[in-house]
Ligand binder design. Structure first.
Ligand SMILES: *Cc1c(COP(=O)(O)O)cnc(C)c1O
Length: 356
C-alpha cells in the first residue's frame, strides 16, 4: 500500500535563476520539498509536498547529537522528447534502504521513494533545466528527529527530499582533476559507515579535502584505513583505473559506497566488450603500472560529475601525470554514453530512465 501524499503549493514562488550552464552545483533550491514522518509505533505517515523552507526540529533531536543522518543524490533530466526522466531512482531507494539498518534507521518503502521523487519533480517541473549538461538534482535525506539525549537509536525520523537545478560539474566537456593521495586521514575504516551514504563520512572527509585544496589539489584519493595501501575512492566518487586493456575498480566492501554510477559504468563497459576486473588495487601496483606505461586512465564516477578524469595523482614523493593530464578515450566514451542515455540521445538499453 502506498503512502497518500497531500500537496500544499507555495503562494510565493521564488524568482528563478537563469537555468543555464552558470547554475553551479547545489546553490539554488526549488519552491517545494517532499517530507514524511516516521514514528516507531506508527510507521511512515503524513507524506506531503509543501513549500520549501526551514524545518522546525527539537534541539535535542538525534540528528544533532548522535549523527543519525543519511542521504541520497540523484538527478532528473529534461529528455530530448520533451519529457522529464529520473535516472535509476529504484537503485537510489535500494541503497538508502540497504544502509539504513547500519545506522539503526528505518527504511523508506522503495515505491514511495520513487513516487516521492516524481511528485516533487512534478510540483517543481518549471525548475528542471533543459540545457545540455544540466539537471534537477534531488537530495533525499533521512534524519532522526526524536528529542532525547539518551544514547540509543531515535524513535522518530523525518524523510525529506529537496531539489536543486544544477549545471555540469565542469561546464562543457571534462576537466581532469588534480588529486592528492591521502595517507593520514581515512574516509571510512573497515567495519565503519563507508558503505552507507551517511553524513558522518562526509564530516570525516572534510579536513583532508580542505588541506588538499589549500595545497592546490581538487580532491584526495582515499586509501584503506589499515595499511594506507589499497585505493578505495576518490573524493566523493568511486574509483576506476584503466590498466593496460582492463577497466579495474576496487570490489565493494564496508568501506566503499555502492555508487549507482559505478554500477552503470560496469554494466556499460561489459556491454561495450571491455575487460572488467573488480579487485583490490594497491598504490604499489599503480606506481609500478605508471612506470611501465600501463596506467592509462584514472576515473572518478558519481551522480554529480558522472565521470571525472584524474589528470594528476600526487603522493608524498612523486607526481603521476595520467594520460598527459588529458581526458582519456575510455572516460570520454563512458561520459558520452551515460549522459546520452540520460538526455535521450542514446538508447536506454537497460531501462534506466523512469518517466516523471
Ligand atoms: C555518493 C557517493 C558516490 C557516488 O555514488 P553515485 O550513486 O554514483 O552518485 C561514491 N562515493 C561516495 C563516498 C559517495 O558518497
Amino acid at each position: 500500500m502506498s503512502l497518500p501524499v497531500t500537496t500544499t503549493l507555495t503562494r510565493t514562488p521564488k524568482t528563478k535563476p537563469p537555468l543555464d550552464e552558470q547554475l553551479g552545483f547545489g546553490k539554488f533550491f526549488t519552491d517545494h520539498l517532499y517530507a514524511a514522518d516516521y514514528s516507531a509505533d506508527g510507521g511512515w505517515k503524513n507524506a506531503r509536498i509543501q513549500p520549501y523552507g526551514p524545518l522546525a526540529l527539537d534541539p535535542a533531536a538525534g540528528v544533532f547529537h548522535y549523527g543519525q543522518a543519511m542521504f541520497e543524490g540523484s538527478k532528473a533530466f529534461h529528455h530530448v522528447d520533451g519529457g522529464t526522466v529520473l535516472f535509476r531512482p529504484h537503485m537510489h531507494a535500494k541503497r538508502l534502504n540497504a544502509s539504513a539498518p547500519r545506522l539503526c534507521m528505518p527504511t523508506f518503502p522503495e515505491e514511495d521513494f520513487v513516487a516521492a521523487c516524481k511528485a516533487l519533480v512534478k510540483a517543481d517541473l518549471a525548475w528542471v533545466p533543459t540545457k545540455e549538461a544540466t539537471a534537477l538534482y534531488l537530495r533525499p535525506t533521512l534524519i532522526a528527529t526524536e528529542g532525547f539525549l539518551g544514547v540509543r537509536p531515535a524513535n522518530d525520523y523525518l524523510f525529506f527530499i529537496i531539489a536543486s537545478p544544477v549545471a555540469s560539474y565542469y561546464g562543457k566537456g571534462l576537466k581532469p582533476v588534480r588529486i592528492w593521495v591521502e595517507t593520514e586521514h581515512v574516509r571510512a575504516p573497515r567495519g565503519g559507515l563507508g558503505a552507507a551514504k551517511a553524513g558522518a563520512n562526509y564530516a570525516a572527509s572534510l579536513a583532508a579535502a580542505m588541506r588538499a585544496k589549500k595545497d592546490g589539489y581538487d580532491q584526495v584519493l582515499w586509501l584503506d584505513g589499515r595499511d594506507h595501501e589499497l585505493v578505495e575512492e576518490v573524493g566523493t566518487m568511486n574509483l576506476f583505473v584503466v590498466l593496460g586493456n582492463s577497466l579495474v575498480t576496487p570490489p565493494l566492501s564496508d568501506s566503499i559506497l555502492a555508487g549507482v554510477t559505478r554500477d552503470s559504468v560496469l554494466t556499460l563497459a561489459k556491454d561495450k566488450g571491455l575487460t572488467i576486473e573488480e579487485r583490490p588495487i594497491s598504490m604499489t601496483e599503480l606506481l609500478a603500472a605508471n612506470k611501465a606505461g600501463t596506467l592509462k586512465e584514472v576515473l572518478g564516477t558519481g551522480t554529480a560529475a558522472v565521470i571525472s578524469p584524474v589528470g594528476e595523482l600526487t603522493t608524498r614523493t612523486q607526481k603521476l601525470v595520467i594520460n598527459g593530464g588529458q581526458p582519456g578515450p575510455v572516460g570520454l566514451d563512458l561520459y558520452e554514453t551515460i549522459t546520452g542515455i540520460q538526455r535521450g540521445t542514446k538508447p536506454d538499453k537497460f531501462g534506466w530512465l523512469e518517466r516523471v
